[in-house]
Design a protein around this ligand. Structure first.
Ligand code: PEP
Length: 252
């Protein structure tokens, strides 16, 4: 395996009230304390204060699930990068397929969000991935290349130290249908190749590229054994402390 540090990040999606989050974080803290990888939990906005407070002094890092691209102003209902930073939030997911699918986000708005987050000092987990139809039409590589390139437009080589790319085939998210380890490895490798074309080999080799899509306690080991798969973005299985701990402990 490469020298890159694996990152296992939970994506809680729209689950857990703040009171429920407190219970889950209390279970997670001891369960993942011996992790050999970086551990992140991305929670709903309303859980962030609780998550940051309860993970102080632990190895768990806290992230949000989205961020708006403007600094401040008349954007009712939105949350800025500075607001997240001020809370002690370190990470943010951008471009999750559910945001693209249900909230009309595009490669362009994903790029704007990534830039706003990076410029505010956040680490970003940028999600890319194809639909089943796109895979069947044979355009996965082209699509993922385009999504990655556009998402990273104007991101500097220095800022790439704070960028994680998550390859998440849409057909594998929340479906129980995981990509095979070879499929995950192939596309994660293609993403690393694009990064190399834009930023050079050293940046490509240093960038964490995760797989996401129905990764669980049973299938994590095989997926994580692949050389270009540097961890995972975990939805459903991140809501159960014992399952999340198994995945965390499988990653180094
Ligand atoms: C996700 O939402 O990022 C995800 C990978 O979900 P799940 O693990 O539930 O497929």
């Amino acid at each position: 395996k490469a020298k890159r540090k694996a990152i296992i990040a939970g994506n809680w999606k729209m689950n857990k009230t703040a009171s429920e989050a407190a219970v889950l974080v209390d279970e997670l803290v001891p369960a993942v304390q011996d992790a050999g990888c970086e551990v992140v939990i991305c929670t709903p906005y309303t859980d962030l204060v609780t998550a940051v407070e309860k993970t102080k002094g632990t190895n768990i890092h806290v992230g949000a699930e989205n961020v708006h691209f403007e600094k401040s102003g008349a954007f009712t209902g939105e949350i800025s990068a500075d607001m997240l930073v001020d809370l002690g939030v370190e990470y943010v997911i951008v471009g999750h397929s559910e945001r693209r699918q249900y909230f009309a986000e595009t490669d362009q708005t994903v790029n704007k969000r990534a830039l706003a987050a990076l410029n505010a000092g956040l680490k970003v987990i940028i999600c890319v991935g194809e639909s089943l139809q796109q895979r069947e039409e044979g355009v996965t590589e082209e699509l993922v290349r385009m999504q990655t390139k556009i998402a990273l437009r104007d991101v500097t080589a220095e800022q790439m130290a704070n960028v994680v790319i998550a390859y998440e085939p849409i057909w594998a998210i929340g479906t129980g249908k995981t990509a095979t380890a070879d499929q995950a490895e192939e596309v994660c490798g293609q993403i690393r190749k694009v990064i190399g074309e834009v930023y050079g080999e050293a940046v490509a080799e240093a960038t964490t590229v995760q797989y996401g899509g129905s990764m669980n306690a049973k299938n994590c080991e095989e997926l994580l054994s692949k050389k270009d798969v540097d961890g995972g973005l975990i939805g459903g299985a991140s809501l159960k402390a014992p399952d999340f701990a198994v995945i965390v402990n499988a990653a180094t």
